[in-house]
Design a protein around this ligand. Sequence first.
Ligand code: NAD
Length: 476
Amino acid sequence: MAERRECGPWPREGEPRPAGRARRLCVVGAGYVGLTAAACFAHLGHDVRCVERDAERLGTLLEGGIPIHEPGLAELVAAGLRSGRLGFTDDIGAALEGAEVAFLCVGTPPQASGEPDLSLLAAAAREAARHASGDVVVVVKSTVPPGSCEALELVCAEEAAPGVRIRVASSPEFLRESRAVEDFLAPDRVVVGAEDADAAELVAGLYPEGCPVVVCDRRGAELVKYAANTYLAIKISFANEVAQLCDALGTEAQAVLAGVGADHRVGPEFLRPGPGYGGSCLPKDVAGFIALGEAAGTRTTLAAAAEAQNAHARRSVVHRLELVLGGLSGRQVGVLGLAFKDGTDDVRDSPALQIVADLVAAGAVVTCYDPLAPSFLALGTRAATVSGAIVGAEALVVAVASEEYQRLDPVTAARSMAGRVVFDAAGILDLERWTAAGFSVYGVGRGMPLAFYPVVWTPLRWTTAGKSPGAEAAGA
Ligand SMILES: NC(=O)c1ccc[n+]([C@@H]2O[C@H](COP(=O)([O-])OP(=O)(O)OC[C@H]3O[C@@H](n4cnc5c(N)ncnc54)[C@H](O)[C@@H]3O)[C@@H](O)[C@H]2O)c1
């Protein structure tokens, strides 16, 4: 356990404060969700002990480092350690001492069936219950199917010492990686599912003052997370569906989708075409939503369609590049981006990584660049800079929407690359500048040449209706 010092008076003037009073909390799991929650709760004034069982991760934290990349998180962790309001340990018993609430933030990875694997969560709940010396509200932050909290409460009851009451509540997490701290401290909403009003009030009171709170029963709270992520996935897949149509029609999807998203009932977010969704949450939660429907005997056709459209989007970048280059075997390709999105080091189920893997599988010679993705990835050659990834390349793929890649100067790129093909899967390059520098620019919904998608254009048929086939060609 890191050294703990006396907490000073809190909150200070102008600092964020919790809606209720400051409390002693235990957070289990120091990943993207757990570490962010622990640091932010400490920032709000709570006294937080965070349990991590991975020795390497814990070692990094005890040495004052952080094991993941998240803007603003290192500063909050350091401040928490300095103030004594945050500590790390592998001893759940010590972390639970005096804690009124324990948050479970461990992974729930997908299984082949689409259902999440809850074994880590069940083990964490058992450990918490076994070590609790007083009444605790165990809050499940991990994403779990409806009914899980009820099941976990039974598990906890089996393990708890006589006279210790463990209530299990749900408070799913909605933070976005790369914006985890800001999302946690200023969430769109906090969702709390509990069986009694007292537990709901206790949990809701831990979050920042003034944020909207949705209180419901536990199954409802658990379902909010699946439904929200499935909706976002459907939106992204819809954008890609529109983009495919735009390619076939030779028009720009970004403009079309800007027009669609400007309607406040739709909204512009998540309405950008690209190489498909990925990461540790959306694919897993869509699969979980479909598995839920199967188990409950309800139809989940929209979710299944989003999944199918996404699989197509993820394959089509390399497929189309192959068409453009007339084959990939032995062709040198530079790829910018490996993480599942900009600003994170997380490569779990990353579309960019799939692009690289598909290119390598097709025989391309790939050099990739990503400033944050872990160095152990052994796919293609890893360059230390953008320039290193593009030198000598016959084609360049921009796989992640990053400002760093957007800043790449096309004239410089033209001097360094062997070819003049750019596939802007992320949709961030300035078409005019890159075209002016001599590049053929392709992308998702950027109006691919009609030769790839021959279209019988219905309006054209109307204007030529009643004329003989030869009349149109003759300009009649
Ligand atoms: N990553 C996200 O953006 C995000 C957003 C919202 C919700 N979620 C959900 O939150 C959950 C956690 O996601 P994550 O990305 O933070 O996972 P993660 O894998 O990054 O972190 C989980 C951590 O828990 C630790 N752990 C596991 N069992 C433990 C135990 N018994 N005691 C102590 N430590 C233990 C692991 O070592 C790991 O460090 C998942 O259910 C996920 O679906 C994730």
